[in-house]
Write a protein that binds this ligand. Structure first.
Ligand SMILES: [Mn+2]
Length: 291
């Protein structure tokens, strides 16, 4: 199995700057003989909206970006290469996950994240589009997915792991997710049952009657003391052993995993390259050869 690394260089989905510079920094330091090639998608040149009154921040530019990323993921899969998309803020997953769905048809998804990313245009209070991608992928945010001509991900095969955030509008976001019927394993579930049990359960749910799984791994699931270089850091996250255990289990399941994102590395907030090194370790563990 060979891999294309797709650098998704956008921070237009969040009012914090810098996540657009994460992918190239990771790629520059990624030496792995299983990599076929590096592809880069850049955000369009624009004046980034950060207005608190704008509840669809940079919508047009995010859509232009995601359509281009979508095409790169489709192209990669059509040449029988595994796409790894490096973000970028999490709004880029609308492009990568739907691109994979377009080719693989009936995928499940595992969203590894401190946040639900399950706001809709009706419930977002910030207008930061990186808070909507999972709802969008389930077909609940039409304005973010007009470029997509295929199926959406079925909520029955949609699983979140690691949720623990305390955002102001979290009740509405949880309500969205519960109404849709997705499965949520929160941070306490990981503490109680262990990451191996939880991730294996998630894989069962996401792969049940599907053609495979798309993985979206947000670095903010990790405690901010180990991975401070993200746009919205959260305390009480998983430790590095757990973060690497996830990578190892993903590597063991590459037969059913069809595509993957690693997102939200923001070099502006990194300390002593901690987060960069964690991201590189995770990628090298996922794409190591099984021999
Ligand atoms: Mn996220």
């Amino acid at each position: 199995m060979m891999y294309n690394i797709i650098n998704a260089c956008s921070d237009l989905g969040v009012d914090v700057d810098g996540a657009n510079n994460g992918p190239l920094l990771i790629s520059k330091n990624l030496n792995n003989k299983m990599i076929n090639k590096f592809i880069t998608v850049n955000k369009v040149d624009c004046k980034k909206s950060k207005s608190i009154h704008d509840l669809k921040k940079n919508l047009n530019e995010v859509n232009i970006f995601n359509k281009e990323l979508y095409d790169k993921v489709i192209e990669t899969l059509n040449s029988k290469i595994f796409p790894i998309t490096i973000g970028g803020d999490h709004s880029i997953a609308v492009g990568s996950a739907l691109g994979s769905q377009m080719v693989n048809k009936n995928l499940g998804i595992i969203w590894i994240d401190a946040h639900l990313d399950y706001n809709t245009f009706e419930t977002t209070i910030t207008g930061n589009l990186h808070g909507l991608p999972l709802a969008a992928i389930n077909g609940l945010c039409d304005d973010l997915t007009k470029f997509h001509n295929g199926n959406f991900y079925n909520p029955k095969n949609t699983v979140i792991i690691g949720y623990r955030s305390n955002e102001l509008n979290k009740d509405k976001e949880i309500e969205n997710a519960k109404k849709a019927g997705i499965t949520i394993f929160d941070n306490n579930d990981i503490k109680k049952y262990g990451i191996e049990n939880i991730l294996n359960k998630a894989i069962d749910i996401a792969s049940n009657n599907t053609s495979g799984i798309h993985i979206s791994y947000d670095l903010d699931i990790i405690d901010k003391q180990y991975a401070p270089g993200v746009s919205v850091p959260e305390v009480d996250g998983i430790n590095l052993d757990t973060a690497y255990k996830i990578a190892e289990i993903l590597n063991n399941n590459l037969n059913i995993i069809k595509s993957l994102d690693l997102v939200e590395f923001n070099p502006n907030y990194d300390i002593n390259n901690k987060t960069l090194i964690v991201a590189l370790n995770i990628l090298n563990m996922i794409i190591k050869t099984n021999t």
